[in-house]
Ligand binder design. Structure first.
Ligand code: SF4
Length: 369
């Protein structure tokens, strides 16, 4: 179906579920502020669903409508307590065969799982009760806990959309098909350099590049949306490297690429990894160019949370998402550590409330933004 028809259908749905034209106007204005660029030139199709972002459930779906209605509520209601969480980032494994330079879960990694499956199932049931439409499952390496991962997907199927965050390790063709059958929509696969050797060195594993590229192919074959995620370091934060990376991503046929700036957490704690002002502005310029210009229509859509975090404030800390690490601790997000409790003694609803009270440590938190 041509892109303009999808946009028209989505527009009619927005009109139908918006309480007023004013609400719709506020929503569209908010979206423009969030992305920075004026027009969307790219839409991603997966089966019968269409995606503009890896953070929004596919259109048309109940989850998509629910998220839009939540966004409208945000624009009108003063009390953040009434606002549901959009995304739960849930780390299900504290094991990993890699030793990545930047690993934010480094303090929790070991040879045994820290959370029993019963605790993970309990938290997922609470997320279903709270109508959280979007779950990002990560680790450690979640593929090392494959059987439990399938159980969780089956438990949440029909209630929420699932995306997997993985290095790609062990994501074979058969497993990709099992994941799809259990209800996985997309996979965010870490790839931190356009050159194999560099990526393997960064991940401290000789086959990291091979696994990441194979995982993309296997996801495509199974009908799972493959998305690449790049930890943007000082080395990568310039047009030359970013363009080489985007050329590789386009050749691999991935529809989304996510840029995550290096942060001083986990293995990077206390290190000189934060991007300079010049590097940040090179990243912003590149993001605007690739997403906003028709010339780059054939390239993947870039998702760059750092852009709107600086402009509009943090979306984590219980605003739109929170993170539960592989030991069960509640955090504002994977990069703002400082647990407010643990799932073994605190319900999800309480965890969200405490994180809202605490707010983000890095950026301002604005629940209405
Ligand atoms: S970043 Fe991910 S893949 Fe790398 S060591 Fe940490 S958990 Fe493993």
């Amino acid at each position: 179906m041509p892109a303009r028809w999808i946009k028209l259908r989505a527009g009619l749905t927005l009109l139908r579920i918006s309480p007023s034209l004013k609400a719709l106007f506020l929503l569209l204005r908010q979206r423009r502020r969030l992305h920075g660029y004026k027009k969307d030139h790219k839409i991603v199709r997966s089966g019968n669903m269409y995606y503009w972002s890896i953070y929004t459930p596919g259109f048309p779906s109940e989850g998509f409508n629910a998220m839009i209605q939540q966004e409208i509520k945000r624009a009108f209601q003063a009390d953040p307590e009434t606002k549901a969480l959009q995304t739960l980032i849930l780390s299900i494994s504290s094991r990993c065969d890699y030793q990545c330079e930047h690993c934010y879960e480094g303090n929790n990694l070991g040879s045994r799982e820290k959370l029993p499956i019963a605790s993970l199932e309990k938290i997922l049931r609470e997320a279903i009760d709270l109508n959280i439409p979007h779950i990002q499952i990560g680790g450690g390496e979640p593929m090392l806990r494959f059987h439990d991962l399938i159980r969780l997907l089956e438990l949440g199927k029909g209630h929420m959309e699932f995306w997997l965050s993985t290095s790609g390790y062990g994501l074979t063709r058969d497993k990709a098909h099992d994941l799809k059958a259990a209800g996985l929509s997309g996979a965010t696969i870490s790839l931190d350099h356009w050159e194999a050797e560099h990526h393997n060195r960064f991940r401290n594993h000789p086959e990291a590049f091979k696994w990441a590229t194979e995982a993309v192919e296997n996801c495509k074959a199974a009908g799972i949306i493959p998305n690449l995620t790049l930890c943007v370091t000082h080395e990568m934060a310039n047009e030359e490297h970013l363009m080489k990376y985007m050329n590789l991503a386009r050749n691999m046929g991935v529809p989304f690429v996510r840029f995550l700036e290096a942060r001083k957490v986990g293995n990077y704690a206390g290190k000189d990894v934060l991007l300079t002002k010049e590097e940040q502005s090179a990243l912003v310029q590149f993001y605007m160019l690739m997403n906003g210009s028709k010339k780059y229509r054939s390239y993947p859509i870039i998702q760059y949370p750092g852009y709107h975090q600086r402009k509009l404030g943090c979306y984590g800390a219980g605003n739109r998402y929170i993170h539960i690490d592989s030991a069960g601790n509640y955090h504002s997000c994977p990069f703002c550590r400082g647990a407010v409790g643990n799932i073994n003694e605190m319900e999800l609803k309480e965890g969200i409330r405490h994180l809202r009270e605490k707010g983000c440590q890095l950026f301002k938190t604005n629940p209405h933004a």
